[in-house]
Design a protein around this ligand. Structure first.
Ligand code: GLC
Ligand code: CA
Length: 556
């Protein structure tokens, strides 16, 4: 079946937290197969599965030890084949997550490198320290601390932009690139319909110098050979099959690079994830702080990417959530009184944008951030490292914990809330304890209740996904911001071949009078989170807390 990714929606699954079928407290591949009908009902076209390959799990599978085999905690190769086949029967394609910036230090290549084998040493970046013995550069690991680890027997350091057990691969080495191509081809032959490439814009490292003004990212982000490497990967692997859809995770990237990464005819990837719009509660690039959400900046960034990517005929993935982000309803919406309204409002904004929407497991039922009150409940290596670093910087343990509670990646990793039974139906009552605690609000927020309730967040998301398929103006139209400076409203217009669509969203939990509704003469409301929308004679929309609506008009 030929799918058009511009009309498609992708559902992201973090299998460890999705559904546990063998009662060991961890989700597994059979658990994904068991829930395919749920995803089908939601209407998603693809499933992006985060890594389940053999791994010591120091970064939950993003530290791959063997790309050709399945970690027994997740299941077997037969389980993968069954999943691909069962998904295919339902018209759902699988996208696998390819981690090629680094491998686990347990990977055979790294183990051989550590024996001193020069062939494999050249798969990595081993470098001498500075004359005083300190690391080769001052670059910081994204998970905290210096990015170089000392190896005494070589009197050298190796580079790890992430955890010390995630060694960066040397893409300058043609043998590395060939190995990577073989892995992609192997999964293509298994019937995989797409790939997500992990932090792929970090693979081209140029020079190893101290960064006088920052953490080193300018020396490896969107590096000098990045487009060459991506074109080669495209031509040698997925580019030979037009049905394959690809998305690259682009860390701290620039738009100029994304025009090429995801341009229609540039021969690199189908689309990109960029993250600037999710740094609006950071201080610059610093995530471990508490600052309020900058709504104006959020709109500026979203609209700038939307319009410029369109001008350059390039394609974005559009999303609020993934396994590295806090839950959006907690972050930009309201977990309390207006939980349902705000979750629907946020879904409305994303799903009518130009791009391919991604829904992260649990987002479609409005799952919230964790309710953890003690650092011992957190599991994520990044959170635990930064909890220490914050205290080393002088913060009290409770202030450090507060920051972790808000920003931790574990917010998105608590088990999927299926039912109101013990462990939220993620696993059964007689199972091992889940690897990470279930959020205590599962009796109020769970999929079973929402499937029955036609007014639920689940069914609202289902309609949003359906609308994109029905209306070309959503999938193909141009986009223009409306009242971009308005302090409360997120609004935009889409146009395509005589069709117009307008999205209006009150981003806050207070009544608001929006003066821009004259533009809606002759428009019909297609969907919204309140039944009635009041518009006065003189074009004022009396918006209720978090009120959002989609308006449509045929202009000829
Ligand atoms: C990406 C993944 C994240 C992982 C990191 C290192 O950002 O989404 O979960 O920790 O890459 O592989
Ligand atoms: Ca299991």
């Amino acid at each position: 079946m030929k799918r058009d990714f511009r009309k498609s929606t992708v559902y992201q699954i973090y299998p460890k937290s999705f559904f546990d079928t063998n009662k060991d407290g961890q989700g597994d591949l059979k658990g994904v197969t068991a829930k395919l009908d749920y995803i089908k009902e939601l209407g998603a076209d693809y499933i992006w599965l985060t890594p389940f390959f053999v791994s010591p799990q120091n970064d939950n599978g993003y530290d791959v030890e063997d790309y050709y085999n399945i970690d027994p905690r997740y299941g077997t190769m037969a389980d993968v084949e069954e999943l691909i086949e069962e998904a295919d029967k339902r018209g759902i394609g699988l996208m696998f997550d390819m981690v090629f910036n680094h491998v686990s230090t347990h990977h055979e290549w790294f183990r051989k490198a550590m024996t001193g084998d020069p062939y494999y040493k050249d798969f990595f970046f081993f470098r001498k320290g500075k004359p005083d013995g300190s690391p080769p550069t001052n670059w910081e690991s994204k998970f905290g601390g210096n990015a170089w680890e000392y190896v005494e027997k070589f009197d050298e350091y190796y580079l790890h932009l992430f955890d010390v057990t995630q060694a960066d691969l040397n893409w300058e080495n043609e043998n590395v690139r060939k190995e990577v191509q073989n892995i992609v081809k192997f999964w293509m032959t298994k019937g995989v319909k797409g790939f997500r490439f992990d932090v792929i814009n970090l693979i081209s490292k140029s020079c190893f110098e101290d960064d006088q003004t920052g953490d080193g990212r300018k020396y490896y982000t969107d590096g000098p050979k990045i487009h060459e490497y991506l074109k080669e990967l495209h031509d040698m692997t997925f580019g030979t099959d037009a049905r394959i859809v690809t998305v690259g995770e682009m860390s701290s990237t620039t738009m100029d690079n994304c025009y090429k990464y995801a341009g229609r005819d540039t021969g690199e990837l189908s689309m990109v994830f960029s993250f600037h719009h999710l740094k609006v509660d950071f201080m610059g690039n610093e995530k471990w702080v508490l600052v309020p959400v900058d709504f104006q900046k959020l709109k500026e960034i979203v609209f700038e990417w939307q319009t410029k990517m369109a001008e350059h005929d390039a394609w974005n993935a559009v999303f609020w959530c993934n396994h590295d982000q806090p839950r959006v309803v907690s972050r930009f919406g309201d977990e309390g009184k207006y939980w349902k309204e705000s979750a629907k409002m946020l879904g409305t904004i994303i799903h009518c944008l130009r791009g391919t929407p991604y829904v992260y497991q649990g987002e479609e039922i409005g799952m919230t951030n964790t309710d953890f009150t003690d650092i011992s409940q957190f599991q994520d290596v990044e959170s635990l490292n930064h909890y220490q670093i914050l205290q080393e910087k002088g913060l009290s343990a409770s202030d450090a914990l507060r920051i972790i509670q808000i920003h931790s990646r574990d917010n998105g990793r608590t088990p999927m809330q299926w039912e109101d039974s013990e462990y939220a139906g993620f696993t059964s009552a007689d199972s091992e304890k889940p690897w990470i605690a279930v959020n205590g609000n599962y009796k109020r927020i769970n999929a079973a209740d929402q499937l029955k309730d036609k007014d639920s967040i689940f069914h609202y998301y289902r309609k949003l996904i359906e609308l994109r398929k029905e209306l070309d103006v959503i999938s193909f139209g141009d986009i223009k911001p409306l009242d971009p400076k308005d302090p409360s409203v997120f609004a935009y217009r889409r146009t395509y071949a005589g069709h117009e669509l307008v999205v209006t969203a009150n981003f806050y939990g207070k009544d608001y009078e929006w003066k821009g509704a004259q533009k809606l003469q002759g428009f019909k409301k297609l969907l919204g989170n309140y039944k009635e929308t009041e518009i006065t004679q003189d074009g004022v929309m009396k918006m209720k807390p978090y009120e959002a609506a989609i308006w449509y008009c045929q202009t000829f």
